[in-house]
Design a protein around this ligand. Structure first.
Ligand code: TLP
Length: 355
């Protein structure tokens, strides 16, 4: 039998995407009422889409298989070939979505320098908007990620959203939110999801991260926007049939898993405190706001990659992002396991320091 600290009993902090559906979700999936969703006939999907749109204060919603598709479909609705989206240089869509907007839509993704505190800088967005003339490509869309993944899981505030909306209005642009973890942001800020996307024309969020559903993301926007999004989803092969079986899990996620995200944030804070106490490791972000902890290994004189590999032998699973290491807390790593994770990291740091 595996015991505490036993590498055969891994602590998986790679991502909140590793969470598995809860028993309540599996039950709802088994019992879901379904129909052909491409024909608009799946009552469970229709209910989920209405529910999500209502919670985010938008007219309509569209269920899609993944966050990547949610972002791609949104970009394709907002922009035509040769047009530009302004986004943080480290935005997930720029860095981790295979360049889909450019590859599929011929859309440029213009980078804005990241701010050290993870808060987008409205002035930097404004500076990246092309003037309208014969020569430049046309800027069409501003893009904000909330929470910011490579920004350390930091939240974007309502004030920042308002300021970016003003930039959009000054230049006649649309505003999209990659809200893969919008509920983490809302819970951390003590506001509603709707508060955070009020200034946006469209937004997406994921069910299959901290909310623990097995599959699926949601796009929300006006009725017209969603009608166009439906065509793009179909074009990309994302029209699904009796998809109520997974929408049922997403309903459970939305109804029961949002408030508990604060537990994940507490676990991340505890993890960060533990890391601070380990000689040679240092936090890469000043404050942990949600469920991510980024740290550096410079003080040990070893590369993040080498540290991650060694951590794997102790049964702590995580990813490096080049110059840093990311840990993500979630439902499937209970609070009781955090001290064990810290202890394992401490052992690895000690071993590597003496080499
Ligand atoms: N992020 C994942 C993947 O990079 C593996 C992670 O572990 O953080 N937007 C943001 C901000 C995201 O973090 C992600 C996924 C996506 C979009 C895409 O969602 P999926 O993976 O459902 O396509």
């Amino acid at each position: 039998m595996a015991t505490s600290g036993d590498p055969r009993d891994p602590i998986d902090l790679r991502s909140d995407t590793v969470t598995r559906p809860t028993p309540a979700m599996r039950k709802a999936m088994a019992e879901a009422e379904v129909g052909d969703d491409v024909a608009g006939d799946d009552p469970t999907v229709n209910r989920l889409q209405r529910m999500a749109a209502e919670r985010l204060g938008k007219e309509d919603g569209l269920f899609v298989p993944s966050g990547t598709m949610a972002n791609l479909v949104s970009a394709l609705v907002h922009c035509r070939q040769g047009e530009c989206i302004v986004m943080d240089q480290s935005a997930h869509t720029r860095v981790y979505e295979v360049g889909g907007a450019t590859a599929v839509g011929g859309i440029l993704m213009d980078p804005v320098p990241s701010c050290p505190d993870g808060q987008p800088d409205p002035q930097a967005y404004e500076a990246a908007v092309y003037p309208r003339n014969l020569h430049h490509p046309r800027t069409r869309l501003l893009w904000v990620e909330n929470t910011s993944n490579r920004g350390g899981g930091t939240v974007v505030t309502r004030e920042t959203m308002r300021a970016i909306r003003q930039v959009a209005d000054r230049h006649g642009l649309a505003l999209h939110v990659d809200g893969a973890r919008i509920w983490n942001s809302a819970v951390a800020q003590g506001c509603s999801g709707a508060d955070l996307v009020r200034d946006a024309d469209s937004a997406m969020f994921c069910f299959s991260k901290g909310l623990c559903a097995p599959v699926g993301s949601m796009i929300v926007g006006t009725r017209d926007f969603i009608a166009e999004a439906l065509r793009r989803r179909k074009m990309l092969g994302g029209g699904m049939r009796q998809v109520g079986v997974i929408a049922a899990a997403a309903i459970v996620a939305l109804e029961t898993m949002v408030d508990r995200l604060r537990e994940d944030h507490d676990k991340a804070k505890e993890l960060a405190q533990g890391i601070e106490s380990i000689p040679g490791l240092s936090l890469a972000m000043p404050a942990v706001q949600t469920n991510m902890v980024y740290f550096a290994t410079e003080g040990l004189g070893v590369s993040p990659r080498a540290f991650v590999t060694e951590l794997g032998t102790e049964g702590v699973l995580c990813y490096d992002t080049g110059n840093r290491i990311r840990l993500v807390t979630h439902y499937d790593v209970p609070a009781e396991r955090i001290p064990d994770a810290v202890a394992r990291m401490g052992r690895v740091a000690e071993r590597m320091a003496v080499r």
